[in-house]
Design a protein around this ligand. Structure first.
Ligand code: WT7
Length: 635
């Protein structure tokens, strides 16, 4: 039992060593003692990073919803599982108990079955942060359907691409959504997306904003009447350990989004185990993660990790700025939140506002503060520590990825001494390595390199949906026998890790992963544009913002630049989403290229961030003269 909940630093080191020395028996013990199985495994781990192939708990059978719901019914039936806090603070919060959630998931699962959904079918979920979202996710898991949640801020084109990539049969959505003072016509976006999705058969529509929407006969159904007439009891589908549980898309540096596939058993164990330790969750605590379930953070640390531990997880529909910038803290006070997990971009945005917004509220319930999504800068770290935690709540800077399924490098609060901007130590079972440019592992401390992981962990993604070769090429080909994260990191004198940022063409804007290629493709589709390149530049709230360098076609040369800029952003908004809009644009006559024709983004990045004094060697460029022109225009 002791290994499940780590309480002091020596214990961490001891358990860590055990998890590395003998990973199989370590994870077997955790699996054995803390989860519910229909059948135990034949083999704990089989792996080969060259293929790559990873199997955890092969031969075992389970259903994750029995671990998240059924097994809590006798001891926690009346405990709040989901605490729903609506967008509008005057609308009452909802306390959904474990037994009620169990029933609601049962009903929803029966509705899915009645519409012909079964094990292995893909169901797309495009919902705002309302209870139906969590219920839909769990209902899919209940019957073995593979959910693919698409963040409800994505555009119609992005939604259609994701529906088609994994061939979803069904879509679950709502009439609309609230976002602060605004309402969003979600169903309108869905209707537009579905023009491009011939194979999608059924749409279930939850009511949230009571708007007048189009319902396509034969295809679209209101959800509530179906739920009302469905039985509450739905037996759990027996799943193999390695069956896919869900697909979640993440941007790549090139090409279309990657549908990362997560499996049932390994994902469950790692999400649950990290949740317990990294948030030091105790039975009566109220835990709140402000992410959207549309991202991996919400999958692992709003839904599966907390529920597998029988926790109370707060689900927030709103935004930090509505009705004013005190909303987060108002909610913390109102529900006496104990663990609070958010993103550096939210902290920076709130830190710009008047301190009264945070000082007004009683935050003494807080015991642990978390951040995720991008490196947290020192200023934001101190603001969070001083004004939210009052130096009493340790900050866990958690580094991980959609691909890793769970937190990989993080302090354990009250166990690991924290240092601002450091994610600190690898979590139990995680074996990081820093690699140099020649593919050699850099040993020792006070070094930096490219961050890899050299041994499998239970919740790693198993493949990219429909494209295993891309999975291998993206993550397992850069360094032999290692998973490459795409991030750079340094390891300090005491072995603490600090993540320095992406080393590939992914830019993290407000904590969202954006690939440069899809944005460039979108810009290039504009009739006046010949070519473009996107780079990130520092932004005090978003972390990074996007800077577009655009070459116009001859026909575009006469166009008004301001209008072009607007049209390009409009096009990006429609094709990718508003998050990918350019903060700055520069129309140029050429882009710095190597002799092999590759754009030298390094130079553009320096120009975009105003560091033109030290551009490095540009003599190898095909067109060095263009650099001067760009610098002058950028002014
Ligand atoms: C990328 C993964 C994991 C959930 C949210 C993002 C960056 C994430 C940190 C952190 C520094 C971080 C990395 C990573 N990142 N957390 N604590 N410190 N960087 O998931 O969209 O898959 O993005 O986010 O660059 O590779 P994601």
């Amino acid at each position: 039992m002791s290994n499940y909940h780590i309480k002091h630093l020596e214990e961490y080191f001891q358990v860590y060593r055990k998890s590395v020395r003998d990973p199989e028996s370590f994870w077997e013990e955790i699996a054995e003692e803390h989860f519910l199985w229909r059948k135990k495994w034949d083999k704990v781990l089989e792996w080969d990073f060259t293929k790559p192939e990873v199997r955890w708990f092969g031969g075992a059978q389970l259903n994750i919803t029995e671990n998240c719901l059924d097994r809590h019914l006798t001891t926690r039936g009346n405990k709040t599982a989901i605490l729903f806090e609506p967008n509008d603070p005057s609308e009452p919060a909802q306390h959904i108990s474990y037994s009620e959630l169990h029933e609601r998931v049962g009903r929803m699962a029966n509705v899915l079955k009645s519409k012909g959904i079964g094990k292995g079918d893909r169901v797309c979920i495009y919902l705002p942060m309302i209870p139906e979202l969590a219920v839909s996710v769990l209902a899919c898991a209940r019957i073995g359907a593979i959910h693919s949640v698409v963040f409800a801020g994505f555009s119609a084109t992005a939604l259609a691409t994701r529906i088609n990539d994994c061939d979803c049969k069904m879509l679950i959505t709502s009439d609309g959504s609230y976002r602060g003072a605004k309402t969003i016509d979600l169903k309108g976006i869905v209707d537009k997306a579905l023009e491009e999705c011939p194979n999608l058969e059924t749409v279930l529509v939850a009511k949230r904003i009571e708007s007048d929407i189009h319902m396509e006969p034969g295809r679209d159904h209101w959800l509530q009447p179906l739920l009302d007439s469905a039985p509450t009891d739905c037996p759990a589908e027996v799943m193999e350990a390695e069956d896919p549980l869900f697909i979640l898309y993440t941007s790549g540096s090139t090409g279309k989004p990657k549908g990362m596939v997560h499996s049932c058993a390994g994902y469950m164990i790692y999400a649950a185990y990290t949740f317990k330790n990294i948030f030091q969750y105790r039975e009566k605590d109220v835990y709140w993660c402000t992410a959207d379930i549309g991202w991996i953070t919400g999958h692992s640390y709003i839904v599966y990790g907390p529920l597998a531990n029988g926790a109370t997880t707060l689900m927030f529909e709103g935004v930090p700025s509505f009705p004013d910038f005190g909303r987060f803290w108002e909610v913390v006070e109102k529900h006496k939140v104990n663990q609070f997990y958010t993103a550096p971009t939210a902290i920076r945005a709130l830190a710009k506002e008047n301190l009264e917004y945070v000082e007004k509220y009683d935050l003494s319930s807080l015991k642990v503060l978390g951040t995720v999504g991008e490196p947290i800068n020192e200023e934001a770290w101190h603001w969070y520590n001083n004004n939210v935690g009052h130096k009493q709540s340790p900050i866990v800077d958690t580094w991980w990825q959609t691909e890793t399924g769970g937190i990989m490098i993080s302090p354990i609060p009250y166990v690991t001494p924290t240092t601002p901007t450091y994610a600190t130590l690898p979590f139990i079972g995680i074996q990081p390595a820093l690699m140099d440019e020649n593919g050699v592992e850099i040993k020792g401390n006070q070094v930096s390199g490219r961050l890899c992981i050299k041994f499998p962990w239970p919740s790693m993604a198993r493949t990219i949906w429909g494209n295993h070769a891309r999975y291998r090429d993206t993550y397992f080909s850069a360094y032999e026998n290692k998973y490459f994260t795409g991030d750079g990191a340094m390891r300090d004198a005491v072995g603490y890790y600090r993540i320095t940022g992406r080393v590939d063409d992914v830019i993290i804007v407000s904590g969202h992963n954006l690939g440069t290629a899809p944005i460039e493709d979108s810009i290039n589709e504009h009739p006046a544009v010949a070519e473009s390149a996107i780079v990130g530049f520092p932004h005090d709230v978003k972390g990074n913002a996007l800077y577009g360098f655009v070459i116009l076609k001859e026909t575009g040369e006469t166009r008004n630049r301001e209008n072009l800029y607007k049209e390009i952003n409009q096009q990006i908004t429609e094709q990718i989403g508003p998050i990918a809009k350019l903060d700055r644009i520069l129309f140029v006559s050429g882009l710095p290229k190597t002799r092999s024709g590759k754009i030298m983004r390094r130079i553009l990045r320096k120009i975009a961030s105003g560091e033109t004094g030290n551009l490095g060697d540009i003599s190898t460029l095909l067109n060095p003269e263009v650099v001067q022109e760009i610098i002058e225009k950028a002014g």
